[in-house]
Design a protein around this ligand. Structure first.
Ligand code: PLP
Length: 404
């Protein structure tokens, strides 16, 4: 028999979005006349901004010229991009992050999924509940999560931090001490955020307990509230306990282009072992770096024109999110998100998340994401996204209004 990593076999059921896709295609097959509005998955819909497109074209041309052709990229990323990120995203906000502490990659999903390799097989993870599924599933694959209970939909060796309307989406500190704490701010799926003061509670806790915070800031560009930090390094002493993930997917529409980065401060150590050096070693061994063409496009994101263009795109999605939030609130739904995030998270009342999904699909022909798919505390919640067109968003709100 072939000796496989049988941790993969422990992963329950099919992935949330494939279940949704199957349900939607079955419904469409039965109701071919239904004009379905998809507000389920978190993919962007606007085309790339002109400055990004220009940079991509120029970089492609460079690859076709003997003088400017580029082969293997540096494992950790091109200097031009690492220096720009350090200056624009961190130093400009008063964060002490150096270009050498930035690792360019092809996106935050891979980095969030792969980072757990740096930690012991018996390291205990804590995740918010509901949560972006990659954090838990990547640890399942590594054999770190224990036994799955299909009734409670939880893993025996994972510490869950419920985030619901009851605690204003700010979890209590855990009773059992974790080694790794996954935090996502602004949060996918709830669209809620924590202030710098709230985040400090977790940074202090992690420093006091030798835990590492794995901080996902993929939605940083959507922050509008001044008290919400754009980086965990805005919090004092985060350099000794936190790794930060960023993405170009949601701020600049790179979901199909692929680019992201991870920050590992050189101060983050386990005894003499530097996590920064370990990740650099991993990149050197297992990764050939993000392509030059994408990194040049990433640089264009920070040009004056580029910044202006992507800000307009983010504002477009945020107008959608606002339309959803305000429309739903006016109908009497309890809603969070949509202020610092493209996601709107609503309470489904008596209906379960999947009942609400079916109800919305059948009666309004609107597709969203059942909250229970993100964890047990997501039950009775539902996610809608602002990533569609403004017209479709307005239409969806009107149709939902018709149900009340
Ligand atoms: N982190 C969170 C919280 C996300 O919601 C997503 C994508 O939806 C990602 C990371 C993935 O980002 P990327 O496209 O850079 O891999």
């Amino acid at each position: 028999m072939i000796k496989i990593n049988d941790n993969y076999l422990k992963l329950p059921g099919s992935y949330l979005f494939s279940t949704i896709a199957k349900k939607v295609s079955a419904y469409q097959a039965e109701h071919p006349e239904a004009e379905i509005i998809r507000m389920g998955i978190g993919d962007v819909t606007l085309p790339l901004a002109p400055q990004i497109l220009k940079a991509l074209h120029e970089a492609v041309d460079e690859m076709g010229d003997k003088e400017t052709f580029k082969g293997y990229a540096p494992d950790l990323g091109y200097r031009f991009l690492r220096e720009t990120i350090a200056r624009e995203d961190y130093q400009a906000r008063g964060c002490k992050v150096d270009a050498d502490e930035i690792f360019i990659s092809d996106g935050a999903k891979c980095d969030c999924g792969n980072i757990q390799e740096l930690f012991a097989a018996d390291a205990k993870i804590a995740v918010c509940d509901p949560v972006y599924p990659v954090y838990v599933d990547s640890n399942v694959m590594a054999g770190r999560t224990g036994v799955y209970d299909p009734v409670t939909e939880t893993w025996s060796d994972v510490i869950y931090l419920p985030c619901t309307m009851d605690n204003d989406f700010f979890p209590e500190l855990p009773k059992e001490t974790p080694d790794l704490i996954y935090l996502c701010n602004p949060c996918n799926p709830t669209g809620t955020t924590w202030t710098k003061e709230q985040l400090k509670v977790w940074v202090d806790y992690a420093n006091a307990h030798d835990a590492v915070i794995l901080y996902d800031a993929a939605y940083e560009a959507y922050i509008t509230t001044p008290e919400v930090p754009h980086s965990i390094y805005e919090v004092e002493r985060a350099r000794t306990c936190a790794i930060e993930f960023r993405s170009f997917s949601k701020n600049a529409g790179f979901t199909g282009v692929r680019l992201g980065f991870t920050v590992i401060p050189t101060d983050l150590k386990s005894g003499d072992a530097s996590l920064h050096d370990m990740w650099a070693r991993r990149h050197g061994t297992k990764y050939n770096g993000a392509p030059y063409i994408q990194q040049k496009a990433g640089l264009a994101v920070y040009s004056e024109e580029g910044k202006k263009e992507i800000k307009e795109q983010v504002a477009y999605y945020m107008r959608n999110a606002r339309t959803l939030r305000e429309g739903l609130e006016a109908m009497g739904y309890k809603v969070v998100g949509g202020v610092d995030s493209p996601y709107v998270w609503l309470h489904t009342g008596e209906m379960t998340s999947w009942e609400f999904f079916d109800h919305l699909l059948d009666k309004a022909h609107v597709v969203g994401t059942p909250g229970s798919g993100f964890g047990p505390s997501g039950e009775h919640y539902f996610r809608l996204t602002g990533f569609g067109s403004y017209e479709a968003t307005q239409k969806a709100v009107e149709r939902i209004k018709g149900l009340v």
